[in-house]
Design a binder for this molecule. Sequence first.
Ligand code: SF4
Ligand code: SF4
Length: 163
Amino acid sequence: MNYIDFLKALDLRLKKYFDEHKSYICCKKFCSSCCEKGDYPLSNYELEYLMAGYKSLDNSLKILVQDNFKKMEEGGKCPFLLNGTCAVYSYRPIICRVHGLAYICPNGLAKLPYCANDGLNYSDVYSSGMLNCEPIKENLDTKFLLRNFTGVEIRNLYDWINL
Ligand code: SF4
Ligand code: SF4
């Protein structure tokens, strides 16, 4: 399976998962704090697709993204965030697609979006480190999802652009 077919199948599963957990989720347009602080780990496959998204942008948007790249700090705002929205939404990495969901990890614990601590997703069912609902029963970690691809290399976005 190529990466684009893989993404189509993943997006279908994620749509189902977001529907299943819609009562715990409050993501909405212009809620962008998950794009303002983070490492954005992504693979070489995702980076290539993300840069295809960048190449598809109008020149005026490319200039804004380039400016953001120059100002990017490790752990800081994603350069593709423009006016509170993602400029490359259809091309975004896996972590941006799964972010917002609570899902099961191989150790049996749930991985939650950090905004659960900020009164956002799952905050009604999460307290004192305990999640009081069933997490999604699929490990949505990028490395695990890409396990059938060869030569996968994962780095933080900042590290990729500063190679
Ligand atoms: S995951 Fe959290 S911070 Fe990100 S859009 Fe959803 S509610 Fe907002
Ligand atoms: S690629 Fe888009 S969705 Fe992902 S962190 Fe950057 S702005 Fe947010």
